[in-house]
Design a protein around this ligand. Structure first.
Ligand code: SAM
Ligand code: SF4
Length: 326
């Protein structure tokens, strides 16, 4: 099996797949209200095309796949997609990021189809603030979270994007909620990406400040988490709760980057914070063979940029997060 090694010696073994750029929410930092530039239907990859590409990535040593978006659960065929990808040889870790608004109806099916782990976005426990940030319904998200737990999906991780003047004051409540419900918690810094980028920048707060806020109430000790990725984990003393801090802005982790992203129209993005890409859809539709597709992927990985430039060139990334697969 060939390995995908980039020019900086990093092994690429993780693919995040944006299975759709559409979403039933409108988080202001991701897909702002009124945004209309979604992928045309003829440009969206068919299930077969997605599965073929994932199989090829698997043959190139990628064993970890996350289905994300956009909102994966707005796809009618998502359970079938999970089943097909989960059955591919070499894929040992299949997970999903979701807003959970439609999770209550399919958590068990997803588990049976092969989903191992789920990350759920939850920025507030206050229904009004939740609606202001996401335009979505908090009750449905909570139902979805409980359904995932009842379906024995483990771990369920809560992703909270922390924003000054919005939910910074709620980080302690979120810790309590995760302790009470046995969820893992991760705080994330806003990144200046796409149409919501300026607003994301305006609401940025460093997670150092979040930690200082939490230390007034909780005592922490160092911790580890299997498959932690870029998150640095702490444990709340005396509790099982682990809290991850994802700091792309204040302390980037590009030197250990092991991932690339594939959009729903078949574009491979080599870095979340750079424009470098490979368009696989034209190759797929012009009849490229498996060896030709693999050669194109290997050539692209040889162009993977060293690091993002969110801090120095914050206006660079015009594509929305849901397209790249955040
Ligand atoms: N819809 C799913 C969800 O919300 O979890 C999956 C896609 S969403 C793009 C994946 C993650 O990206 C979410 O945790 C979301 O909060 C995060 N995200 C989106 N835009 C972001 C931004 N500008 N800065 C930081 N995180 C962002
Ligand atoms: Fe949708 Fe997730 Fe983006 Fe929110 S963060 S708009 S739920 S894709």
């Amino acid at each position: 099996m060939a390995d995908l090694i980039d020019p900086f010696g990093r092994k690429v073994e993780y693919l995040r797949l944006s299975v759709t750029d559409r979403c039933d929410f409108r988080c202001f930092y991701c897909i702002p209200k009124g945004f209309k530039e979604f992928t045309e239907s003829e440009n969206r990859l068919a299930l077969e095309e997605h599965v073929r590409l994932i199989r090829l990535f698997g043959e190139l040593g990628v064993d970890k796949i996350r289905l994300t978006g956009g909102e994966p659960l707005v796809r009618q065929d998502i359970v079938e997609m999970v089943r097909r990808i989960g059955a591919l040889p070499g894929i040992s870790d299949l997970s999903m990021s979701t807003n959970a608004s439609r999770l209550a109806g399919c958590a068990r099916e997803l588990k049976e189809a092969g989903i191992g782990r789920i990350n759920v976005s939850l920025d507030s426990l206050n229904p009004e603030l939740f609606r202001r940030i996401t335009r979505g319904n908090l009750d449905r998200v909570i139902e979805g979270l409980m359904a995932a737990r009842d379906a024995d999906i483990h771990p369920v991780k809560i992703n909270m994007v922390v924003m000054k003047d919005l939910n910074l004051g709620e980080v302690g409540d979120m810790v309590d909620f995760c302790i009470a419900n046995r969820f893992t918690l991760r705080f994330i810094e806003t990144m200046p990406v796409g149409a919501g980028g300026q607003k994301a920048r305006d609401s940025y707060v460093s997670l150092d400040e979040v930690r200082r806020t939490l230390e007034k109430r909780f005592e922490f000790e160092p911790s580890r988490m299997k498959g932690a990725g870029p998150a640095k984990y702490l444990r709340v003393k005396g509790e099982r709760l682990k809290i991850g801090f994802i700091t792309p802005m204040s302390r980037h982790f590009c030197e250990s980057c092991n991932r690339v992203r594939l959009s729903s129209e078949g574009t491979l993005y080599l870095c979340l914070g750079q424009q470098d890409k490979l368009e696989l859809r034209p190759l797929l539709r012009q009849g490229a063979t498996d060896p030709e597709l693999k050669a194109a992927i290997i050539e692209a990985i040889a162009r993977k940029p060293e690091k993002h430039e969110f801090n120095t060139r914050p206006d660079q990334i015009v594509r929305v997060m849901s397209m790249t697969g955040g």
